[in-house]
Design a protein around this ligand. Structure first.
Ligand code: HEM
Length: 530
C-alpha cells in the first residue's frame, strides 16, 4: 500500500503516457491485411522487433530470410527495426510483379539513398526521374548489339585467354583465387570498353571500392550507423575519397579524350574495333548529363553494376560446378559436340567465340541455376511514396519499407518445386520438341543445342527476379549472359580445377555477393582432353 502511495504519481503518469501512445498510434495509419496486423517473422522480440537479427552478419541474415520464406510461404509478414519506418517482407511473386509495374510508387526513397549517397550519389541505381532516364539512355547506347559483338568477338577472348594462360601457369602449384581471376576479367572489360582505361582487380581503387561497398551494406543493417561511424568510419571515409577521386579521374580523362579528338583518332587503330568503341559509355554519359560530378557518380555506378555482379556470378557458378562433377562432364560434352559440328581439327586452339547462350544451352542453364541459388544482388529494399494496397490485400501507408529477398524467393518450394535447394541446371532445359508451349512469353530466354535441348527460363521476372523487372530491369543482362557463355566452357574445357577449400564458402557483407576469402582452387592439366 505504502508503495502505491509512494509511486502513485509515477504510476498515474505511466498510465496516461500509455493511453496517449495508444491514441496516437491508432490515429496513425498502420500496415494491415483485412484490417488485422500482419504476423511477425520468427525470432521477433518485444520492443526491438527484428533489430537484433539485422545486426548479425549478412550471411546469417540471408539464412534468416530463408527461414521466414519456409515458414510463411507466399504470406507477407511484418518487419520492424527500431529507428526505421515500419515495413514488410514480401514473398508472393504477385506482389513483386505489382512493384515492378508501379516503379514510381516504390522507389529507393530516402531510406536507401541516405545510406548509399556517399558512394553512388546520383548514379543510375539511386536516380529517379530525368536523371535516371538520361543515364538509362546512355547505358542502352553503350550496351547496343554492335558493342556487345565487339565484347564477345574481340575484348573478351583477349582477356579470357590471358586468364587461362595465368591459370595454366599455376598447374601443380599452390591454389589460386578463382574469384580474383574472374574479377580481373570483368574489371578489364568494363575499364576498357566503358571508360577507355586499363583497370585491374587489385588496383587501389578496386580495393577501396570493395571496402566501401561492404561498409555501405552494413548501414542497411545497423540502424545506429550514423553514430557508430563517428568512431569506426575512418577507413570508409578514406575509401570513399579514393573512389571519388578515381571517378573524377575517369571523367577528366574522358573530357580530354573528347576535346583532343585528333589524338584519339591517332591512337585508334582503324582495324581494331575495340579501340574504336573504347570509352563509349563515359562519352555517352558526358553527352547526356554534362555535369561532371554526376557523370563521375554514374560511371562508378555502372562499374559496380557491370563488373562485380558478373565476376561474382561466375565465382559461385564454379563453386557449384566443383561440387557437381557430373555438370562439368555435361559442359565438356556440350563443347565437344559443338567442336565436332564445326569440324575443327582436334588439336586446333579453342575459339571461345563459338560459345554463345544459343550454342551452349546446358552451360547457360548451369549459369542461371547458380544465379538462382546465389543471386549477386541478394535482397532489395524499396519505400512507398503513397498509401497503397498490394495484390494480396496488404495495406501499406506512405513511407513503409518493402523488402524482398531474392536469396529466399529463389529457393521457394512453391515456385521451384520440392528440389528447390538442389543444384539442377536441367530445370532450365526442355527438349526442342516440347519447348513450343513455352516459347511465346517475352520473359523467356531460348537457346538451342544440337543435342536437342533448349535453354528456357520458364519463369517470369517476378518469380525469378535476379535481373530485376519492369522499366528498371537490368540493362546488362545480355552482356552478363554472353560473358558466362564464353568464360565457363573455355575454362572447363581447357583446365582441370580441384577444390582448394574445406566446408562451406560464405559471402562477405557487401552490396553484392562477393565470396569471403575468394575461391581457392588447385589447377591441374586435363589428362582426358579429347
Ligand atoms: C549476373 C550479372 C548481373 C546481375 C545478377 C544483375 C542484376 C541487376 C539487378 C537486380 C538490378 C536492379 C538493382 C536495383 O535497382 O536495386 C540491376 C540493375 C542494373 N544493372 Fe545489372 N546485373 C548484372 C550484370 C550487369 C551488367 C554486366 C551490367 C552492365 C553494365 C549491368 C547494368 C545494370 C544497370 C545499368 C542497372 C540499373 C538499371 C536501372 O535502374 O534502370 N548489370 N542489375
Amino acid at each position: 500500500m505504502g508503495l502505491v502511495v509512494e509511486y502513485g504519481n509515477y504510476i498515474l503518469a505511466a498510465v496516461v503516457l500509455a493511453l496517449l501512445i495508444r491514441a496516437v498510434s491508432r490515429t496513425r495509419k498502420s500496415i494491415t491485411r483485412n484490417g488485422e496486423p500482419l504476423r511477425n517473422p520468427p525470432d521477433t522480440l518485444p520492443l526491438v522487433g527484428n533489430g537484433i537479427k539485422f545486426l548479425q552478419s549478412r550471411w546469417d541474415l540471408l539464412g534468416w530470410f530463408d527461414k521466414c520464406q519456409r515458414q510463411f510461404g507466399y504470406e507477407t509478414v511484418a518487419l520492424r527495426v527500431p529507428t526505421l519506418p515500419p515495413g514488410v517482407l514480401i514473398h508472393d511473386p504477385r506482389n513483386l510483379e505489382f512493384v515492378f509495374k508501379n516503379e514510381g510508387l516504390f522507389t529507393k526513397g530516402e531510406f536507401v539513398k541516405r545510406r548509399s549517397w556517399d558512394l553512388f550519389g546520383n548514379g543510375i541505381i539511386n536516380a529517379d526521374g530525368d536523371f535516371w532516364r538520361l543515364q538509362r539512355k546512355a547505358g542502352s547506347a553503350f550496351l547496343n548489339t554492335a558493342n556487345l559483338r565487339v565484347l564477345t568477338d574481340v575484348a573478351l577472348p583477349q582477356y579470357l585467354s590471358e586468364s587461362v594462360e595465368y591459370l595454366r601457369s599455376n598447374i601443380g602449384k599452390d591454389p589460386v583465387d578463382l574469384q580474383h581471376v574472374f574479377h580481373e576479367i570483368t574489371t578489364k572489360l568494363m575499364g576498357k570498353m566503358a571508360y577507355n582505361m586499363e583497370m585491374h582487380a587489385d588496383d587501389e581503387f578496386s580495393k577501396s571500392f570493395d571496402y566501401a561497398s561492404g561498409a555501405t551494406a552494413e548501414r542497411f543493417q545497423n540502424p545506429l550507423w550514423r553514430i557508430t561511424e563517428l568512431f569506426t568510419g575512418a577507413k570508409l571515409r578514406k575509401s570513399i575519397s579514393i573512389v571519388k577521386d578515381f571517378g573524377r579521374g575517369i571523367v577528366t580523362r574522358a573530357v580530354q579524350d573528347r576535346n583532343d579528338q585528333k589524338s584519339r583518332d591517332e591512337t585508334a587503330d582503324e582495324d581494331n574495333k575495340l579501340d574504336q568503341i573504347s570509352g563509349s559509355l563515359i562519352q555517352s554519359l558526358l553527352e547526356a548529363l554534362g555535369n561532371e560530378q554526376t557523370v563521375a557518380d554514374a560511371a562508378l555506378t555502372y562499374l559496380s553494376a557491370g563488373r562485380d555482379t558478373t565476376g561474382q556470378a561466375l565465382t559461385w557458378t564454379f563453386y557449384l560446378l566443383l561440387q557437381h562433377p557430373e555438370a562439368v562432364t555435361k559442359i565438356r560434352r556440350e563443347v565437344q559436340h559443338l567442336l565436332s559440328q564445326q569440324q575443327q581439327p582436334p588439336d586446333s586452339p579453342l575459339n571461345p567465340t563459338l560459345f554463345t547462350p544459343l550454342t551452349v544451352p546446358y552451360t547457360t542453364a548451369a549459369f542461371h541455376e547458380s544465379l538462382r541459388l546465389f543471386p549477386p544482388i541478394p535482397f532489395e529494399i524499396r519505400q512507398c511514396q503513397a498509401d497503397t494496397t498490394l495484390p494480396d490485400g496488404t495495406f501499406l501507408p506512405k513511407r513503409s519499407v518493402l523488402v524482398w529477398c531474392l536469396w529466399a524467393m529463389q529457393r521457394s518450394r512453391l515456385t521451384w518445386g520440392g528440389d528447390a535447394d538442389v543444384f539442377r541446371p536441367e530445370r532450365f532445359l526442355v527438349s526442342s520438341s516440347s519447348s513450343s508451349s513455352n516459347s511465346n512469353s517475352p520473359e523467356r530466354g531460348k537457346g538451342d543445342d544440337s543435342n536437342g535441348d533448349k535453354f528456357v527460363l520458364g519463369k517470369t521476372s517476378a518469380e525469378f527476379p535476379v535481373f530485376y523487372g519492369g522499366a528498371r530491369a537490368c540493362l546488362g543482362r545480355k552482356m552478363a549472359e554472353a560473358i558466362a557463355a564464353q568464360v565457363i566452357p573455355t575454362v572447363v574445357w581447357g583446365i582441370e580445377l580441384e577444390r582448394g577449400w574445406e566446408g562451406e564458402r560464405r559471402s562477405q557483407t557487401s552490396l553484392t555477393l562477393p565470396m569471403e576469402g575468394g575461391l581457392p582452387v588447385r589447377v591441374r592439366g586435363r589428362a582426358d582432353q579429347v
